[in-house]
Ligand binder design. Sequence first.
Ligand SMILES: [Zn+2]
Length: 240
Amino acid sequence: MRFGLPIIATGSLVMSAASIYYATVSVRSQWLGQTYWRGRTDRNAVALTFDDGPSPDTEGILDVLAEHNLSATFFMVGREVESFPGIAQRVFAEGHEVGNHSYSHPLYLFQRASETRDQVRRAQDVIAETIGVRPMLARPPYGVRTPAYFGATRTLGLHTVQWDVAGFDWKPLSPSQIAHNVLRKVRAGSIILLHDGDSAGKQDRKNTVAALPLIITGLKHRDLQIAPLSQLLPERIYAD
Ligand SMILES: [Zn+2]
């Protein structure tokens, strides 16, 4: 009797740690709340999303998108919006969608619930004050969702969007490597993750800017259109 209990307890502890990991970290997990990680697949279209900006390199991304007449979604960090309000305004003025990517890019897993709520709400307020519109979409830093995160997004009417394809541009990769990472995985309905800023403030995003024309050309060769996220997600999100 006395030997059995610790083993059972240890076993269930391991199980629940694995479950917490899956629910919070796995990009496609639906356990804690509804999450879109891929769009509709019947339109031969994909969506581009950029995280962690705005930053000075956002302007390079905007120039490439404008040249090709494309729309993307920018999941912005509130603190960076305060640093570069003019760039945030340019993103919105040029027809791109703006989403909530927290105020200062913490890992929600290690925060108190009240801190997480403040992060989501504060980013929402800063973005609304700067561009004049409240985001409808959110993406948590590192893709990590917690019950407190979903509590906050439900209150604010935010829908969570993850991704199914990443350029891995947070690693020191060349433009062609970033483009290759995207193009080898992409398919109809894909939501592509790239970065126009660096949450750690250490790296510029010149290689992502240079990768973007390669990605656009590669998608064209594959007959995949680049569409705004609003055309790939359920219409009711935008009807709310
Ligand atoms: Zn991020």
